[in-house]
Design a protein around this ligand. Sequence first.
Ligand code: DC
Length: 223
Amino acid sequence: MAQLIITIDGPAGVGKSTIARRLSERMDAIHLDTGAMYRAVTLAAMRADIDLTDPVQIRELIGQTEFRFEADHDDMRVWIEDREVTEEIREPTVTEKVKHIASMDTVRCELVEWQQHFAEDYPRIVTEGRDQGTVVFPKATVKFYLTANPAERARRRQSQWKQSGIKVPLEQILQDIEARDASDRNRPTGPLVAAEDAVVVDTTTLSIDEVIETMLAHIPETA
Ligand code: DC
């Protein structure tokens, strides 16, 4: 198991990826983006044209497909078989469908294992997701739970997409964020919830630097 595990959980659009990238660089750790794993399975299922609500078919697909993830400080790179899909998994069509996959117990069990394997291979990790502090790494060194109001999260998502050349109306993003929040919070397995021992940081009015400084203040200097 890694010697340093920092978990960052929180809802969509709260800034987890940006923060995780910056913090992993500061901590000389790798950045594990667990949402990318759920997205990769979703994209593979869409490509195979199978029913995204059928756990049996999805399970079979996971067994038959080679997924590869490479992590460093930056964004995780993702391959399905030999094809790199790092960009494609971020497309709105995948974002819209990922909730079906993320709410399947069998998928979650499998992906939790993938994530724990990562922690065996790297000494220092900053991991982001929904259940990292609660389910995947209950003994993490420090756990964070980031929040921000939905309107602010929608604005952040829109500007991220704009940078990638994708234009989506704010109202649509807000609806998507609220639907995903509801789905993430209400599923029985690995729901979106702050771990009891997590440090909760409301990022609504904070800059990225301020969020990082707040977090660093909670990480032991010896870590
Ligand atoms: O963080 P993201 O938007 O890339 O996550 C994509 C989806 O995967 C999102 O709907 C929530 C889900 N997810 C999850 O259920 N558990 C995780 N550990 C990470 C992501």
